[in-house]
Design a protein around this ligand. Structure first.
Ligand code: ADP
Length: 404
């Protein structure tokens, strides 16, 4: 007969403390630590084991006791008492281990144990058991058993949480490794593509120049084809450059190298490059406004990329209407690129800065990396990039850089 008198200790707060702690624990090691401490304190036992089920076996994963028990050992579930508890989904109380036929006494003989109680962890489908042991004869009370069962319930949830978290972490790590691989592959691929593409570009441009000058005669049709080839090679080169930048930035391999430079001059030059192209193709004029000189410490090549990207977008999405760029000196250095084109809906204005986000995807070429790259480069300068826009009412992209 099991005594029903409750223990005199006020153990409810201790149990609550353990249950609360268990609900926050991120790994099995710590779950076992909290369980073994709480189980020992709640029952006044001389030893506690944390047993984990492994198929037909049980593994004594952890223990805390006045003398060694079975930590690190495995037994067939059918021959030991924690196995019995797990297989029968039932708690067990043994007053005298030498008098109970279920106890494999040989395993107990070298230990201090005289009495014990074992409860399953997760009653309906036990994943393990908690064992408590006494050196002097003791019959676990109803109260002690109830406390242990409560603790085992909390431990079951904590183990499930810990497993979930471990799986989640593993999944995140796998995802990160896959992303890293993708970026490495992109870096190598775009790097390898760049060299032949540069030669191809030079060859096609040379051909186009000769044809235009009349050094070689290709006829109207031939001229047309060369012009198309030139356009496609430029597109391809721009795409490869973007992919290379994207992969390098993703891998954190792009350092900003600031030097003295003139932002107004940079904008002038970028606009001039586009002006010929734009006027020739679409008749879109590009106007440069504001400061004629604005010097500071920035990375010229990187900012050239940013301005080039914003101008290219303004022309691409600008509906063929004039585009303007303004350089302003205020508490920061500011560049504004404005078009009167298709505009961007408020709901899309944040996501266009993310990689591969393209609200206007169907009608225009591109992969949706330009603004992400631009934002990375501007942020690396300690600056920021913003957009003001409304659908069908044009867009203004603003880059702000700290004055160097
Ligand atoms: P891409 O132009 O290759 O798609 P970006 O990252 O430069 O990539 O731009 C992302 C998206 O933001 C574009 O697909 C387009 O939908 C939108 N966008 C960018 N600039 C403008 C602009 N000036 N006007 C309207 N939409 C724009």
């Amino acid at each position: 007969m099991r005594p029903t008198t409750p223990t005199t200790r006020d153990d409810a707060p201790r149990l609550l403390e353990a249950v609360k702690e268990l609900s926050r624990l991120p790994d099995l090691e710590r779950v076992m630590l909290v369980v073994r401490r709480a189980a020992r304190e709640l029952t006044g036992a001389d030893g506690v084991t944390f047993v984990v089920r492994e198929g037909d076996q049980v593994f004594y994963a952890d223990e805390e006791a006045i003398g060694p028990l079975w930590k690190g050992q495995r037994f067939d579930a059918s021959v030991c008492l924690s196995g019995w508890t797990i297989l029968h989904r039932e708690s067990v109380v043994v007053e005298d281990i030498y008098a109970d036929p279920r106890v494999p006494v040989e395993a107990y003989r070298p230990t201090f144990v005289k009495s014990l109680a074992i409860v399953p962890i997760r009653g309906e489908d036990p994943l393990g058991a908690i064992g408590v042991y006494w050196a002097a004869r003791h019959v676990a009370t109803e109260r002690e058993l109830a406390l242990l069962e409560e603790l085992a319930g909390a431990a079951a949830v904590a183990v499930a949480n810990a497993e979930l978290l471990r799986d989640l972490r593993a999944a995140v790590a796998r995802g990160e490794a896959a992303l890293q691989q993708r970026d490495e592959l992109l870096t190598v691929a775009s790097h390898e593509l760049k060299t032949p593409l540069t030669s191809l570009n030079l060859a096609v441009e040379g051909l186009a120049r000769d044809a235009r000058r009349g050094t070689i005669s290709v006829g109207d049709k031939g001229m047309d084809r060369i012009a198309r080839a030139e356009k496609q090679v430029h597109r391809l080169a721009a795409l490869v450059d973007q992919l290379l930048d994207f992969s390098r930035l993703s891998l954190g391999r792009t350092a900003i190298q600031p030097s003295d430079m003139d932002l107004a001059l940079l904008v002038d030059e970028a606009a001039a490059r586009f002006r010929d192209l734009a006027v020739a193709r679409t008749g879109q004029p590009i106007e440069v406004r504001g400061e004629r000189r604005l010097t500071g410490l920035w990375d010229r090549d990187r900012l050239d990329q940013v301005v080039t990207n914003l101008l290219s977008n303004a022309l691409k999405y600008g509906g063929g209407r004039p585009v303007w760029v303004e350089v302003e000196r205020a508490e920061v250095a500011r560049i504004r690129v404005h078009d009167d084109g298709i505009g961007i809906a408020p709901a899309d204005q944040q996501r266009i800065f993310e990689r591969f986000e393209r609200p206007a995807t169907t009608r225009f070429g591109g992969v949706g990396l330009g603004l992400w790259i631009a934002r990375e480069l501007v942020t690396a300068h300690g600056g920021r990039i913003l957009v003001q826009s409304a659908l069908n009412e044009g867009s203004t992209f603003t880059v702000e850089l700290p004055l160097g």
